[in-house]
Design a protein around this ligand. Structure first.
Ligand code: SF4
Length: 378
C-alpha cells in the first residue's frame, strides 16, 4: 500500500516526482533554510502549548523567555518568530477547551478508519496528517495551522483536516469547523474555512480516489507544471523533462550548471535581472509587497549618512584624540574619485595619470561580471 498525505497528494500532479520522492526515495532530504526554521519553530510551539496545558496556564512568558535557541541552525530567525508569537494572541493557549490536541499525528487505514497515533509510521497506514492545534469550544471545532513563511498558504490542507480531525478524535457533536491559518511571521491570523459537518464529506471520496489511483499506477511520467517551481524549485535531480520543466516565461532556469547550455541559461537570467527588478519595484510601489517561498520583495526603511564637510570632520576626529593613522587607514580614495577630483580641479588627463602613478599603484585583477560583448566591426 502506497500511503498518502496532503503533501504527497500534491506531488501526484507529477508522477515522476512522486515516484522519485516517495517510492524510489532517490531525493535527498531538503535542508532549505525556511524548512529548517519552520520545523524548529513548530517544536517550540508544540512544547509551549503542551507546557501551558500541563501547568494549567493560558500563557507562560517565562517559558518563552527561557527557551534555548542557541543550538539551532538559525537561532536569530527562530528567536524572531518566537518573539512575534509571544507578542500576539497566538501565545494564549485555549487550555479549557475540549478535545485539545497539539501536533496530533492522525493515521487512517485503507478505508479511512482512524488508527491510534502510535501507529503513525505503521505499514498499515494509508493516509497521514498532522494538526498543529485543534480544540472545541461550545459547538465549534477549531483547527489551527502555524505558518512561518511570508507567502499566502494553501487552505486546502485544512479543508481535508476539517473532515479527518473530528473523525480521528471521535468528536461527534459539533455544528461547525473553523480553519485558521496563524501567520506567525506576519503576526496575523486568517480564517480560511468555516464548514458545517456535511460540507466536507467530499474529502472522503477525494482521498479514496487518490489512494486507488496511486496504488494502481504502473507508469510514472514526468509532467511539468506549477510544481516544478513551487517552494524554491523541484528537488528531483533525475527529471527527464528537465529542459521543459525549468522554463519560466520562455527562459530556462537550471538548478545547477552542468553544461554550456545551463551556463548560457544562467547568463540570460542575469541579463534580465536588472530590468526585471526595476519592473518589480514599480509594481510593488503600486500594489504592495510580494511574498514567495520565504522571501519578500518590498520596500524597507533605511538611512544614509553623507558628510557635510570632510575637512572639518577629519579635524574634529583628530581633536577627539583619534590617531591620524587610524583615520587615514580607514579612508579610501578610488581611481574614480581621484579622477573626478582632478577633473573638477582643472587638471588634465596626463596630470591625473601622473598623480595616480605617484600616489598609488595599478595591479592586475580579474573581475567577474556580465557585460556587453564588443562589436568586432567597431
Ligand atoms: S521538475 Fe517538474 S516535471 Fe520534473 S520531476 Fe519536478 S515537478 Fe516533475
Amino acid at each position: 500500500m502506497i500511503a498518502l498525505s496532503h503533501s504527497r497528494e500534491q506531488d501526484l500532479a507529477c508522477p515522476w516526482r512522486f515516484h522519485e520522492k516517495h517510492i524510489a526515495k532517490t531525493v535527498p532530504r531538503e535542508e532549505k533554510d525556511f524548512l529548517v526554521i519552520g520545523s524548529d519553530f513548530a517544536k517550540f510551539a508544540e512544547r509551549y502549548r503542551k507546557h501551558c496545558k500541563a501547568h494549567g496556564v493560558e500563557t507562560d512568558y517565562d517559558f518563552v523567555r527561557d527557551y534555548d535557541v542557541s543550538k539551532l541552525a538559525y537561532p536569530e530567525r527562530v528567536a524572531e518568530l518566537i518573539e512575534k508569537f509571544s507578542q500576539s494572541d497566538f501565545a494564549v493557549v485555549p487550555i479549557d477547551s475540549k478535545h485539545f490536541t497539539v501536533e496530533a499525528r492522525m493515521a487512517f487505514d485503507s478505508g479511512l478508519l482512524p488508527l491510534p497515533e502510535k501507529m503513525y509510521f505503521s505499514k498499515k497506514v494509508a493516509y497521514r496528517g498532522k494538526v498543529d492545534m485543534g480544540y472545541k469550544v461550545g459547538s465549534t471545532v477549531y483547527l489551527v495551522d502555524d505558518k512561518t513563511g511570508w507567502s499566502d498558504a494553501d487552505p486546502e490542507q485544512l479543508r481535508k483536516y476539517a473532515y479527518l480531525m473530528p473523525l480521528w478524535r471521535k468528536i461527534r457533536s459539533f455544528d461547525k469547523i473553523v480553519c485558521v491559518l496563524n501567520y506567525v511571521a506576519k503576526g496575523s491570523r486568517e480564517v480560511v474555512g468555516e464548514y458545517g459537518r456535511r460540507d466536507v464529506n467530499d474529502v472522503f471520496d477525494e482521498i479514496m480516489a487518490n489512494l486507488e489511483s496511486v496504488n494502481s499506477r504502473t507508469e510514472w511520467p514526468a509532467v511539468p507544471g506549477d510544481l516544478c517551481h513551487a517552494y524554491g524549485g523541484c528537488p528531483v535531480p533525475s527529471c527527464p523533462e528537465r529542459d521543459r520543466a525549468t522554463a519560466v516565461g520562455g527562459i530556462r532556469v537550471p538548478w545547477d550548471i552542468a553544461s554550456r547550455e545551463d551556463a548560457e541559461a544562467v547568463a540570460r537570467l542575469l541579463m534580465y535581472q536588472k530590468p526585471m527588478k526595476a519592473k518589480l519595484k514599480e509594481w510593488v510601489e503600486a500594489n504592495g509587497g510580494v511574498s514567495v517561498d520565504g522571501y519578500v520583495a518590498d520596500f524597507a526603511d533605511s538611512k544614509r549618512w553623507k558628510c557635510r564637510d570632510a575637512g572639518k570632520a577629519l579635524r574634529a576626529l583628530k581633536l577627539l584624540g583619534v590617531d591620524p593613522e587610524i583615520i587615514m587607514g580607514n579612508l579610501s580614495l578610488s581611481e574614480k574619485e581621484i579622477a573626478a577630483i582632478c577633473r573638477q580641479g582643472g587638471l588634465g588627463g596626463e596630470e591625473t595619470q601622473d598623480f595616480l602613478l605617484q600616489y598609488g599603484a595599478f595591479s592586475d585583477s580579474r573581475r567577474f561580471d556580465l557585460r556587453k560583448e564588443k562589436d568586432e566591426s567597431e
